[in-house]
Ligand binder design. Structure first.
Ligand code: HSE
Length: 339
């Protein structure tokens, strides 16, 4: 079967995915029997393009590079119309993250399920605010709602838990789950100013459209909520997670930590204590000997405490255009194998 993909959002992640699909088209067919066409793209900045037989992706990527609206197969449609009326069988929800209401992403997901389309997303809004509801809506129609890219970009976390680690009970998850802040702290330790490091993180595609979400810890708080609910089976609300970001950490704090053989890290954590769930995001000054102290740049790491294996840690990219683009590809291949 040839998969028909609609991309809702064509920023860093959407473009990263489009580039991967183009570059690996032959390999995907040969190795996995995966064939696709991207039939629709809708983005607030670039407009909507739709062609039921497949869009000319290089031409649309070139438009974006020139900072101009889509010039080929352009339609005067909004994203909901594209989702509902296109012939796509899978919608990749890659629009901006809104951790307050989850919209427009939640509406995009619902519209896809109502019209019989799978959803793959790296958008933390739907996963942190409405995972159960959306998963039920998908299940009812025999569709997939896949969210690997919401935590640690393409580094396997959700799929690891649902695949190889299924059968283990997870009692805690703790780690570095925001690439932007880890990158900023790393650069500041190397002497760069906070402002320059944040600018660089934006250029590299790590930061959110509004980086307040990164530096104030809200992005990490959303991910902790997803880990708690999706991986640990609890029902936590974002507001249940205590949250502090890195904006109060100064160059002086970093230098002092260094002199003490320590390093600041923004740590997200959730653990079950009896019937209670305790979750938080906060900077911690870790000794350099601590395993998380050596995780630098946009790299993330999570340690899961499991009943059958003890602690299991995964370290890998936590953000980035290609890295998050890959998270979408991995879920698209999952649909191909199991959908
Ligand atoms: N802004 C996020 C980060 C992107 O820096 O980790 C990946 O979720």
């Amino acid at each position: 079967m040839k998969h028909r993909i609609a991309l809702i959002g064509f920023g860093n992640v959407g473009q990263g995915l489009a580039e991967i699909l183009l570059n690996k088209e032959k390999e995907l067919k040969k190795e996995y029997g995966y064939e696709y066409s991207v039939v629709g793209i809708s983005d607030v900045a670039w407009g909507t393009a739709y062609n039921p037989d497949g869009l000319d992706i290089p031409s649309l990527l070139a438009d974006v590079k020139e900072k101009q609206k889509f010039s080929k197969d352009a339609k005067n449609w909004d994203s909901l119309k594209l989702i509902k009326e296109s012939n796509a069988n899978v919608v990749c929800e890659l629009a901006f993250t809104n951790l307050e209401t989850g919209d427009p992403a939640i509406s995009h997901c619902k519209a896809a399920f109502e019209t019989g389309k799978h959803v793959v997303t790296s958008n933390k809004g739907p996963a942190a605010l409405a995972y159960r509801e959306l998963k039920e809506a998908a299940d009812k129609k025999g569709l997939k709602f896949l969210i690997e890219g919401t935590v640690m970009s393409g580094t396997p976390v959700i799929n690891l838990m649902e695949g190889p680690l299924a059968g283990c009970t997870i009692s805690a998850a703790r780690g570095i789950v925001n690439g932007t802040t880890n990158y900023i702290l790393t650069q500041m330790e190397g002497g760069m100013s906070y402002g320059d490091a944040l600018k660089k993180a934006q250029e590299l595609g790590y930061a959110e459209a509004d980086p307040t979400g990164d530096v104030e810890g809200y992005d990490a708080r959303g991910k902790v909520t997803i880990l708690a609910n999706v991986v640990m089976g609890t029902s936590l609300k974002i507001s249940d997670v205590a949250c502090q970001g890195i904006t109060k950490i100064t160059q002086e704090d970093i230098a002092t930590a260094k002199a003490e053989n320590c390093r600041w890290k923004l740590i997200g954590s959730v653990k079950k204590e009896g019937e209670k769930i305790i979750a938080s995001v906060a900077p911690e000054k870790l000794p350099l000997t601590h395993p998380l102290a050596g995780v630098m740049g946009a790299t993330n790491a999570i340690t899961f405490s499991t009943d059958l294996l003890g602690d299991v840690s995964i370290v890998g990219p936590g953000a980035g255009r290609t890295q998050t683009g890959f998270s979408i590809l991995t879920d698209l291949l999952h649909i191909h194998r199991n959908g």
